[in-house]
Design a protein around this ligand. Structure first.
Ligand SMILES: [Zn+2]
Length: 175
């Protein structure tokens, strides 16, 4: 029994441990190898969300648990879905990127997530209070759904708004 256990532990690689150095080619040095296997597949889903780090962990959970998505495209930009609207400074930069991604990754579904206390909206609309800013963001989500299908025709667009609630993050479907 002890012998078998020793054999098993000898074969196991510790999490993140690089492969033995003799297998590394010349050039940049491997510092980490994933426990996650490489899967050469796409779910044909684009997620557009803001970069706000406070929503990062909950956002990943929302994708994994609620949608059961693992291999989706992600465009993470200040203001998230607002980045393709004419009112955004990134309008001319981001729209062709969305189009190119759709042409190469064949999206079936686009998920757009706006969030509470977004710095992009706070800077853009300094006179709006929380409630008025939320209203502006929801109007922009509707605008996003009209605009994004020009870049990615034939996709289903879903809109969400994230906000803290009782120490957690809740996601509201915007319809
Ligand atoms: Zn934000």
């Amino acid at each position: 029994m002890e012998h078998v256990d020793r054999q098993a532990s000898r074969g196991a690689r510790r999490e993140g441990e690089p492969l033995p150095t003799r297998e590394q080619p010349k050039g940049p040095r491997v510092v980490y190898t994933s426990e996650t296997p490489w899967v050469n597949e796409s779910e044909h889903v684009l997620v557009m969300a803001c970069s706000d780090p406070r929503f990062r962990e909950a956002g990943e959970e929302f994708m994994r648990v609620h949608f059961r998505l693992r291999r989706f495209d992600q465009l993470i930009l200040p203001g998230g879905p607002a980045s393709i609207l004419i009112s955004a400074p990134s309008f001319f930069a981001i729209r062709p990127q969305v189009k190119m991604l759709h042409e190469t990754h064949d999206f079936k579904r686009i998920l757009a997530i706006a969030h509470h206390d977004c710095a992009y909206y706070r800077l853009k609309y300094p006179k709006l209070d929380d409630a008025a800013r939320r209203e502006r963001q929801i109007a922009d989500l509707h605008e996003f759904s009209k605009e994004v299908v020009k870049l990615a025709p034939g996709t289903r667009v879903e809109l969400y708004y994230a906000e803290p609630a009782n120490g957690y993050v809740q996601y509201l479907a915007v319809e």
